[in-house]
Each structure stands twice: as structure tokens, then as C-alpha cells.
Design a protein around this ligand. Structure first.
Ligand SMILES: Nc1nc2c(c(=O)[nH]1)N[C@H]1C(S)=C(S)[C@@H](COP(=O)(O)O)O[C@H]1N2
Ligand SMILES: [Mo]
Length: 384
């Protein structure tokens, strides 16, 4: 199928057919089909994924969330609108003011000191487009704890180097402001993570002060947050107020222990040195199933993403229901692992019914969640 804008707009206007759910709320048009007379009829909604409201911040402080509506993602635009970027914890009601904020640098350094926000701003540079995914992202949140945007900030390695490390310094503890008025039902307060100095350099971790071309919002960690590209969000500490150089003898933080199983550790590591990098392994899933009328026939088109991992995939395959065979995803080409890559696949189901869509790869790469069926999504097809 090829695409044109007019067909979609028409398709959008006639939407409302049987399996349509939520499409009317979408601001962005889905992919566009230019075959003569092609018309988008509806979006098939994913089943059994929980009733969460999308693209809207709810709750407060540690229990505050915003789930991104991934169905809106549409090429060539590959980023999440900034007001729809997911939020895993909302700002504290007692967060100190930005003009008094300082980021302290201490521990095993020769020049302990601190940075004011305006000093960080004047050292900020563009940091590129990066994906962030919460390690708790799953079906019950419609996989909406996953977003992409552009970032600006200061490389963490640069700040650390200015403090002049002592010889024993091998790791860095990043801590964020974490005092709240309300008690949480879902999270343990106390946000900090420990990295090796090599991890900081390899991942090009940075202190972000801008996202999507705008100053960070409080919910996203203003006045300053950490971003570790390619790692789960739990390591990207928000409201950073302290950078402490430490050695190999330090214990894992309470935040690291809280997220041990979600970042696929063996048990709950006691020491930072036993903790494996919280890197996102190769992942992929459908984000939208479009129902089209093309030359009098019903056609479906699956739009999806792949992300995570550390080298671009050669193969991506998709299977509809466990009884069917995997087939190669038709329109897939990956050049980089961060941010996500969009793919599409034309699909003609044999009969109405519910289908489990499983995306996988034949490449030999770490992909535990993907291979375990963690990102499988289910759709109902009402006519073929
Ligand atoms: N200080 C602090 N930083 C934090 C958290 C937190 O609760 N407190 N949550 C982490 C988690 S679990 C995730 S997934 C990301 C989410 O960042 P976002 O809300 O800007 O998307 O922030 C991380 N940084
Ligand atoms: Mo998270």
C-alpha cells in the first residue's frame, strides 16, 4: 500500500465503524493509503490492556502518571509531543525553587563544589533524540510508559572531570530530590542510582535541562535531570541535586534494589558492583492496527516500533496467533537502536476473530522480554 493525505482524512471522517475505539480522539492521522479509492475505516483497538486514560497526567507526586498514546506516532514525525511524553512520578509539592537549586559534586574528588542551574544552562548543548522507557512498562499501562524526544544538557563526564577525581573513584552516585507530601501506594521514595565511570562515558549520559526544545517541566525533573540513553528510565534520576564519586565498595541504592527484577537482575543485588547495566534489550511491538477499504476489499495494516538493543536488527518477523508461522515484517529497516524505528506490515487475516500479534527477530541478540512474549498484543478483527 502507498499513502496519500487525502485518503486518510476521508478515512478519518467515516471512522466510527464496528471495532473503532478511540480513533476519534487522535489528533494525528495514521499512515495514508493512496491506492485508488483506498479509505481508512477504523483502528482496531488492543484488547485486555487496562482502561487507563492516555496522554493525560493523573494522580500526584510518587503515584502521578501520564501514559503516552503510542497510536499517535506517525512517520515522518518520530517524536512524542512533549505534553504527551510519559510521566512515571510527578513533581513533589515541596520541590525547592530552581533559582536556589544547586547540584553538589562531592565524594572522592579533589575539587568538591556545586553548580547553579544558570551555570548548567550556559554549558548546555544539544544531546540528540533519545527514547525513554520505564522498566515497569507493560500491558496494563497500554505500554504507554515509553516516549521519544530531543534533549539538551551537559555531558555528565564533563562535569565529573572538572571535579578532578581521586584515584579510588570508580563509580558515581546520582541522587535526586525525593521528599513528598503524600505517602505512595506504588513506589518507595529515595531516588538514586550508581554507575561505573565507563557506563557514563559509553552511554554519553547527560544532565538534561531541556526536552523537546523547551525547558524541562517539573514533572519531567526540572530544573535538572539525568538521562542515560539506552537504559531503563529508573536510572534517569529526576530533580538531580547531588553527584558523589564513590569506589567499588558501595551498596546498591534502595531505588536500584526496588527495580532489580524489572531491570532483570539475578535476585536483589546487595552491592553496586553486582548490579548489571539497566540497559533496554532488543524490543518490538505493534502500536496500531489500521483497517482499510482498498478496491472494495478489507485490508489491515500493522504499524509498529522496535527499540532497545545495541546493534541494528537485520531481521524482524511477525506472527499472528501461536498456530501461524512467523513471516518477515514487510517494511522494516533499522539504522540505529536509539530512538525507536517504525515498521509497517500489510496483513490479511483469514477469518474474523481475536489475534495475538507477536513480533520477534532471528538475530542473535539479547531480547529476554521480547522472546518471552512480554510485548505481545491482542486485537479483534470483525470482518475480513
Ligand atoms: N527523583 C526521581 N527520579 C526518577 C524517578 C523518581 O521517582 N524520582 N522515577 C524514575 C523512573 S522509574 C522513570 S521511568 C523515569 C521517568 O521519567 P519521566 O517521568 O520524565 O518520563 O524517571 C526516573 N527518575
Ligand atoms: Mo520507571
Amino acid at each position: 500500500m502507498r499513502y496519500s493525505r487525502r485518503a486518510v482524512i476521508r478515512g478519518w471522517l467515516v471512522s466510527g465503524a464496528g471495532l473503532l475505539a478511540g480513533a476519534g480522539r487522535l489528533a494525528a492521522a495514521p499512515s495514508e493509503c493512496s491506492e485508488a479509492g483506498a479509505r481508512l475505516l477504523a483502528l482496531a483497538d488492543f484488547l485486555n490492556e487496562g482502561p487507563e486514560e492516555l496522554n493525560k497526567a493523573t494522580g500526584e507526586e510518587l503515584d502521578g502518571r501520564l501514559y503516552t498514546d503510542l497510536r499517535e506516532l506517525n512517520p515522518p514525525n518520530k517524536t512524542t509531543p512533549i505534553e504527551h511524553f510519559y510521566i512515571r512520578t510527578r513533581a513533589s509539592r515541596v520541590l525547592p525553587k530552581a533559582d536556589q537549586w544547586r547540584v553538589q559534586v562531592d565524594g572522592l574528588v579533589r575539587k568538591a563544589g556545586s553548580w547553579a542551574i544558570r551555570e548548567l544552562i550556559s554549558n548546555a548543548e544539544s544531546m540528540g533524540v533519545h527514547l525513554l522507557e520505564c522498566s515497569g512498562n507493560n500491558r496494563t499501562t497500554r505500554f504507554g510508559l515509553l516516549s521519544v524526544t530531543s534533549w539538551a544538557g551537559v555531558p555528565l563526564a564533563k562535569l565529573i572531570a572538572k571535579a578532578e577525581l581521586q584515584k579510588q573513584a570508580t563509580r558515581v552516585l546520582i541522587s535526586g530530590f525525593d521528599e513528598y507530601v503524600t505517602a505512595s501506594t506504588s513506589s518507595i521514595p529515595g531516588a538514586s542510582w550508581i554507575f561505573t565511570l565507563d557506563e557514563i562515558t559509553e552511554r554519553k549520559a547527560f544532565l538534561a535541562i531541556q526536552m523537546g526544545g523547551q525547558p524541562l517541566t517539573q514533572d519531567h525533573g526540572a530544573p535538572v535531570r539525568l538521562l542515560v540513553p539506552g537504559w531503563y528510565g529508573c536510572a534517569s534520576i529526576k530533580w538531580v541535586d547531588r553527584i558523589t564519586l564513590v569506589d567499588d565498595s558501595v551498596a546498591a541504592t534502595s531505588q536500584m534494589r526496588e527495580f532489580a527484577s524489572r531491570t532483570q537482575q539475578d535476585g536483589v543485588p546487595q552491592w553496586a558492583r553486582e548490579y548489571r547495566p539497566a540497559a533496554i534489550e532488543q524490543a518490538a511491538m505493534p502500536i496500531r492496527v489500521e483497517k482499510w477499504l482498498v478496491a472494495g476489499k478489507i485490508r489491515y495494516k500493522v504499524v509498529g516500533i522496535c527499540w532497545g538493543g545495541s546493534r541494528p536488527l537485520k531481521t524482524l518477523q511477525v506472527r499472528f496467533n501461536p498456530q501461524e508461522d512467523y513471516v518477515p515484517v514487510q517494511h522494516f529497516q533499522q539504522t540505529s537502536n536509539d530512538p525507536w524505528t517504525l515498521w509497517t506490515h500489510d496483513w490479511t487475516p483469514k477469518a474474523p476473530g481475536t489475534y495475538l500479534i507477536h513480533v520477534g527477530t532471528k538475530d542473535d541478540v539479547p531480547a529476554r522480554r521480547l522472546n518471552a512474549g512480554y510485548y505481545v498484543r491482542e486485537v479483534e478483527i470483525d470482518e475480513v
